[in-house]
Write a protein that binds this ligand. Structure first.
Ligand SMILES: Nc1ncnc2c1ncn2[C@@H]1O[C@H](COP(=O)(O)OP(=O)(O)OP(=O)(O)O)[C@@H](O)[C@H]1O
Length: 595
């Protein structure tokens, strides 16, 4: 009883500590936001108080300065940039109208993030019906978008490619009143190769900065005061060029002490907004030493050393453990390719295993009994949208995804992130794990590495990210094999663990029993190897294709042999069949001739 009381007390202290790391001790109203907007934040979104980054960024953005916002994942950056824009637009007198065209542009890297920002906007604008939000993004109907643009969209959320398309081809798209350009996940937009599009967009919008504009002045373009904002949890030197061409004397706002440390104290200008100390800085954008990333402190980060051939079994073991130990569990697993997502989705959805041998009846049941979703860029738009919303709503579910879900997406209550295929850059690691432990909540992350890949951890350490090892052996020993729990006297390697061997065999026979499943496994194998070879720069020395044992890679896709061998043996079979057929025909002819 006392123990329970102590545990509860400890939890309460932890919660209070976490809360003070995330939330500021001031109100939204005290930051200068309109009372109706503050009511919307409370009523529509349930936000009582601003987060630290909101308390820091909102007053600076309201002041009209160009801003770089750098804060950990899940700290509320979206509302930090949307509310000042709405505040300014609602107070325009006379009221703005749709026919005035677009006032604010939010650029995002993915469709899902586009929808997410649009949905938050809809909630915040509920009481400001004259400020119309809208979105445009690749894959949607151009003509419908044109029609919406013609009517007028006051705050427009867009992906860069489609925006450029409309800027060039939709003559009714009015942007002469444009006042804000916001780059959400700025570094990702560039990583996706949109650099050229962004330059073109800035050129067309007349928002490209000419060097050495007076300190503290926002740029004036065609009489309208412009204010540009750049945000990400991983603002690094890659963003410098974009910052240089789009921001005019920016203020850096961030809760990242590492970034604050590299600011020169002469430049630093401490401000106080209702008890929230803020360090803002004029002038130059970030340099490469700023590439130390701040992750949510409550996030438990672990890695697992798994031999290649046992990867699949270990993944299934972890998932089984997670879903059987907690009644409501939300997990996201990241893969490197769309084919890998499809294969694992079909496998998880259909794979059954004999759970007991005691009775003569085969009690086969689904190995994983959780609700499973998949998300990747090759899915059609409607399916992506449905998955995105469905996974958001679920209390307990598994999402298998590529990096389309890595950036900005806010799935409530995700408890665990599994990086089955390691990400490339450390930035991607940060954003993937950032899908959990949001807004002060608890979260775990687990990174799969093959024994030859563990140098990847040093790369992460350089960015201030440290992981501890997950006790894999203990987990494997905890699974009973046909009713009996295995107690090894001596250390047994993962590959030879009886539970692993047995499950691997079952997986291979499941995959080989269905042609469709086998084909999916082969495709996934091939695209996985291709993705592995595509690692760039320093990562090439860690993820070395030469060191891969393709037979073991095949096992990780539940294949008995690697696809090229499979193809060869298929070819051999085909040749043999043709030879047999030929011989049959010859003997038939001979028979006919004999008659
Ligand atoms: N003031 C607040 N009070 C309570 N919850 C909030 C507040 N501000 C934001 N949130 C919630 O916190 C979560 C994270 O917010 P948001 O997605 O804006 O974070 P982010 O910093 O942009 O994360 P990422 O870097 O991953 O994109 C969301 O669920 C959002 O609804």
């Amino acid at each position: 009883m006392e123990l329970n009381l102590n545990t509860r007390k400890k939890q309460m202290t932890e919660n209070t500590n976490r809360s003070s790391e995330v939330f500021a001790s001031c109100s939204f109203a005290s930051l200068g936001l309109h009372p109706t907007l503050c009511d919307q934040l409370k009523e529509r979104l349930g936000f009582e108080a601003p987060t630290l980054v909101q308390a820091q960024a909102i007053p600076v953005i309201l002041s009209g300065r160009h801003v770089l916002v750098n804060a950990a994942t899940g700290t509320g950056k979206t509302v930090a940039y949307l509310t000042p824009v709405i505040h300014q637009l609602q107070k325009c007198d006379p009221r703005i109208q749709r026919s005035d065209g677009t006032f604010a542009l939010v650029l995002v890297p993915t469709h899902e993030l586009c929808m997410q920002v649009y949905e938050i906007l809809q909630k915040l604008l509920h009481c400001f019906h004259w400020i119309v939000p809208g979105y445009i993004m690749g894959g949607e109907s151009r003509s419908k978008e044109k029609a919406r643009l013609r009517k007028g969209i006051c705050i427009l959320v867009a992906t860069p490619g489609r925006l450029l398309d409309h800027l060039k081809n939709t003559s009714s798209f009015l942007y002469t009143n444009l006042r804000w350009i916001i780059f959400d996940e700025a570094d990702r937009i560039l990583e996706l190769g949109y650099g050229k599009e962004i330059e073109d967009i800035l050129n067309i919008l007349g928002s490209k900065q000419q060097k050495s504009v007076g300190k503290g002045n926002s740029s004036q373009v065609s009489g309208v005061q412009r204010q540009n904002l750049l945000l990400s949890a991983t603002l690094n030197e890659k963003v410098n060029h974009l910052a240089e061409i789009s921001l005019d004397n920016p203020v850096t706002v961030g809760i990242d002490e590492k970034i604050e440390l590299q600011l020169t104290h002469e430049d630093a200008e401490p401000m106080e907004f209702n008890g929230c100390d803020i360090l803002v800085k004029d002038g130059k954008p970030l340099n490469s030493s700023a590439e130390e990333y701040k992750l949510p402190t409550q996030l438990l980060q672990r890695y697992m050393k798994v031999p290649c051939g046992s990867r699949l079994v270990v993944l299934l073991a972890i998932l089984k453990h997670l879903f059987e130990n907690e009644s409501s569990q939300k997990v996201v697993v990241f893969f490197s390719t769309c084919d890998a997502v499809d294969f694992h989705y079909s496998l998880v959805s259909g794979f059954q295993w004999l759970s007991h041998l005691q009775s003569d009846i085969d009690l086969k049941q689904l190995f994983l009994k959780c609700k499973t979703f998949r998300l990747h860029g090759n899915m059609n738009h409607e399916d992506r949208r449905t998955t995105f919303h469905a996974f958001k709503k679920e209390k307990s579910a598994l999402l298998l995804s590529t990096d389309v879900a890595a950036r900005g997406l806010d799935f409530p209550k995700v408890r665990c992130i599994i990086q089955y295929d390691p990400p490339g850059e450390a930035t991607e690691y940060v954003h993937r794990v950032g899908r959990t432990a949001r807004i002060g909540e608890k979260g775990d992350s687990l990174l799969f590495l093959q024994p030859v890949e563990t140098d990847y951890l040093h790369g992460l350490e350089k960015h201030g990210v440290t992981l501890t090892e997950y006790p894999l052996q203990k987990l494997l020993d905890s699974f009973p094999l046909f009713g009996i729990r295995y107690h090894p006297k001596n250390f047994v390697s993962v590959d030879t663990h009886p539970w692993v061997v047995s499950l691997q065999k079952a997986l291979e026979s499941f995959t080989s029993s269905e042609l469709k499943m086998k084909k999916m496994a082969q495709n996934a194998f091939c695209s996985w190897v291709r993705a592995y070879t595509a690692h760039r720069g320093e990562l090439k020395g860690i993820f070395m294709v030469k060191k891969l044992h393709l037979g073991h890679v095949a096992r990780s896709f539940a294949l008995k042999e690697q696809p090229s061998l499979v193809n060869k043996s298929l070819q051999k079979q085909r040749k043999k069949r043709m030879r047999d057929q030929k011989q049959n025909n010859v003997s038939k002819k001979r028979k006919v001739a004999k008659r």
